[in-house]
Design a protein around this ligand. Structure first.
Ligand SMILES: C[S@@+](CC[C@H](N)C(=O)[O-])C[C@H]1O[C@@H](n2cnc3c(N)ncnc32)[C@H](O)[C@@H]1O
Length: 333
């Protein structure tokens, strides 16, 4: 296993703007384009097989260079899209939850301790055992992490600052923060993910040749709702996507109660184009858990932050072909 604090955190590939979503519709090609895009969406979502709506695609180019999916244009596609969005995918979610014999959180936990762990440990790694879609997601996610690190670096040294990274996954953010000298408390609902994060931290520390931080980072298996304490900064990247807005409201309230100064969160933004693409993917669920993913309206997330006494100070958007993530920094007012 290679060090986590290497390439993904220093990648300089420019962020793909949403403007990349190309409109290529005409009367003859609409139906063909939609079918192709739906197939590509299904393939992509099945291939990613996760509850990560950031994987919703804006472009099918990653699967077939000849395809370009139309987003944001074309009356017919928009009309069909609106219809798809209006159809409630809740039934499928309920079926998935029934299969895991638990509530939503249990289902997510189970996933990230089993198949999800296997998948995401590869995506959040550096090895070549990923397909094209997963590689794209790895790149997009690394860009999100890189933006957070840039934000924190802009504010000065992290040495000695306490950070809670809730839903730390394999430690993509927690590890470079710890190596910057922050006092990191990282936790994840999945024991497998938290364990992998700890293992990667030890590897990264050895490879970095730098001194261990004064306070060694803690990696714990714990759902974020159970995290206690008080931290300078609380981070929570790409976790809310697994939960509906009412749960996200509660998560934000709780995370905000832990943050003295700053909260950094990311979520998959709910826009018409991403909603359409998600719905297309939901028509082809396969073995994927992608249909569990939730998109969130930025206004709703911001309102929850405001209710918790926080004001958004920085915003970023990362959009690659298969990964979409809105990043917000909010500070206590
Ligand atoms: C898509 S991964 C993102 C991981 C990490 N934040 C990152 O960006 O590298 C989502 C993670 O959230 C964790 N998770 C999901 N629900 C959670 C909850 N209620 N509390 C804590 N962790 C949770 C999952 O186990 C998984 O590791």
């Amino acid at each position: 296993m290679q060090c986590l604090n290497q390439k993904p955190f220093t990648a300089t590939r420019p962020v793909t703007s949403r403007a990349r979503c190309v409109v290529r519709c005409n009367a003859q090609s609409q139906s063909h384009t939609l079918k192709a895009a739906a197939g590509a969406a299904a393939a992509a979502l099945a291939s990613t097989s996760s509850a990560h709506a950031s994987e919703i695609l804006s472009s099918a180019n990653g699967l077939d260079g000849s395809l370009t999916f139309a987003v944001g244009g074309g009356v017919a596609i928009a009309g069909l899209g609106a219809l798809l969005v209006a159809t409630d995918p809740q039934k499928r979610r309920s079926e998935q939850m029934a299969q895991t014999g638990g509530d939503e959180k249990e289902a997510v936990k189970n996933y990230f301790n089993t198949a999800g762990y296997e998948r995401w440990r590869k995506i959040y790694g550096e090895t070549s055992e990923v397909n094209k879609v997963q590689l794209d997601i790895r790149t997009g996610h690394a860009q999100t992490v890189e933006k957070v690190l840039r934000w924190v670096d802009e504010e000065g040294s992290m040495t000695g600052l306490s950070v809670c990274d809730a839903g730390c996954g394999t430690g993509s953010l927690a590890i470079p923060l710890a190596l910057r000298g922050a006092s990191v408390s990282a936790s994840d609902i999945s024991a497998a993910m938290a364990g992998e994060a700890e293992r990667r931290y030890q590897e990264a520390l050895a490879a970095s040749g730098s001194k261990a931080p004064k306070v060694a980072p803690k990696f714990e298996a714990m759902d974020l709702e159970s995290v206690q304490g008080s931290y300078h900064t609380v981070t929570c990247l790409d976790v809310m996507i697994h939960y509906p807005q009412d749960k996200v409201d509660g998560m934000i309230t709780h995370l905000a109660s832990l943050a003295d100064k700053r909260l950094i969160i990311s979520f998959a933004p709910k826009t018409l184009s991403y909603s359409i693409l998600k719905r297309i993917g939901e028509l082809f669920p396969g073995p994927s858990k992608a249909t569990r993913a939730y998109l969130h309206r930025e206004e709703d997330v911001e309102a929850a932050l405001q209710r918790a006494g926080f004001k958004v100070t920085k915003r970023e958007m990362t959009a690659t072909s298969f990964y979409f993530s809105r990043l917000l920094e909010a500070v206590r007012v």
